[in-house]
Design a protein around this ligand. Structure first.
Ligand code: PRE
Length: 349
């Protein structure tokens, strides 16, 4: 239930964290948590990855059952998107067999609507709080992971939206579990969290992550198919390097990410195509392009805006809905106590 808590919620303690999947993000998460003194147990399907993680000093179970035997308070699914469904079902079965164990389940996936559907279908919907660290690199695997990748990273945390005005909040996110995940991110991970609905996350991630991956790939494809390809690549400098960096990500990973968010990526790309058509038309007719190059001046200049306002949101009543509303206005949760969440805003409101 998202609403309906009368007093401050007693957040589940972070306690032990289980990390399922030790790729770039899972490995980075496990390393950072372990360094910060959190009790972490991790696992991965690949024996060589488990060995590498053990050699790096992590506590590693041989499989998901072994991880569940350690009864972590929070289970973070850090598996590829294509493996979320099967992993969620396996976790559900292990939970059912385990008796009184009540973990919160979260994840690190770059798409949230599809992941929640998988969690709900697996019967884990009421335990689930969506998680997405906005950090990564073009490299993959445990060997590419580092304690620094997620240190202080901004996260999106998604909740099942309450149904306003009907008094019916069934199926919404459990506030204690939300507080627990926010505590993990803003505590040992020293990050920030924007609390969002899955839709708002997926729409936003399409704009700032998925469309950029498509465009970076197209920049690469355009040169690859040009008659002057080799000369051009020999001349490529900063703009090409920066603009195509994420196109060097494992193509299967990028494809899965973009396809999983097709509902938001397709319309966002349509808008890009329309805007580019206008640029082409202007270039072909010598029309001015000033508007195109200056349209986003406020975004460009607002890049690293300092904190302009701070709100304390008491963790009582319909506080997840209050956080949703604050974060929809650009706020992020920076700090959580048992009684309140501190939300900061980059722009004056
Ligand atoms: O920096 C990169 O290499 C990334 O691709 C990181 C990036 C992104 O910014 O798009 C990619 C996917 C993640 O889910 C979050 C962040």
């Amino acid at each position: 239930m998202v609403s309906g808590t009368d007093g401050p919620v007693a957040a589940h303690p972070v306690g032990r964290v289980g990390v399922v999947g030790l790729g770039l993000v899972g490995g980075s998460l496990a390393r950072l948590l372990a360094e910060r003194g959190v009790d972490v147990v991790a696992t991965d399907v690949a024996p060589a990855t488990r060995e590498a993680a053990r050699a790096a000093g992590l506590t590693v179970a041989d499989d998901l059952a072994g991880l569940c035997a350690a009864r972590p308070d929070v289970v973070v699914l850090a598996v590829p998107l294509r493996a979320v469904r099967a992993t969620a079902s396996a976790l559900r079965d292990l939970l059912a067999a385990a008796g009184c164990w009540d973990p919160t389940v979260t994840d690190v996936g770059s798409v949230k609507g599809q992941v929640r559907a998988a969690m709900t279908d697996a019967g884990l919907g009421e335990r689930y709080v969506g998680g997405h660290p906005m950090a990564g690199t073009e490299h993959s695997g445990f060997e590419a992971s580092s304690r620094g990748l997620l240190d202080g990273a901004p996260w999106a945390v998604t909740v099942a939206a309450p149904v306003h005005g009907t008094g019916d909040t069934a199926g919404g996110t459990d506030p204690r579990r939300l507080a627990q995940v926010l505590g993990l991110i803003t505590g040992p991970l020293e990050g920030t969290a924007a609390v969002l609905t899955d839709d708002r996350h997926d729409e936003s991630a399409a704009l700032v992550s998925h469309v950029p991956h498509v465009l970076a790939t197209q920049l690469l494809n355009a040169v690859a198919g040009a008659p002057v390809r080799d000369v051009a690549l020999g001349l490529a400098a900063g703009s090409f390097r920066d603009g195509t960096r994420v196109a060097r990500t494992d193509p299967a990973r990028t494809e899965a990410m973009v396809a999983a968010n097709a509902a938001w990526v397709a319309p966002a790309l349509r808008k890009v195509v329309r805007d580019l058509e206008l640029v082409v038309a202007a270039l072909e007719t010598n029309a001015p392009l000033h508007g195109f190059f200056h349209a986003a001046d406020d975004v460009r200049e607002g890049g690293n805006a300092p904190v302009a306002a701070v709100d304390q949101v008491p963790l009582e009543g319909d506080w997840p809905a209050v956080l949703l509303e604050r974060c929809a206005a650009g706020g992020v949760v920076r700090h959580v106590t048992a009684a309140a969440a501190e939300v900061t805003f980059p722009r004056a409101r």
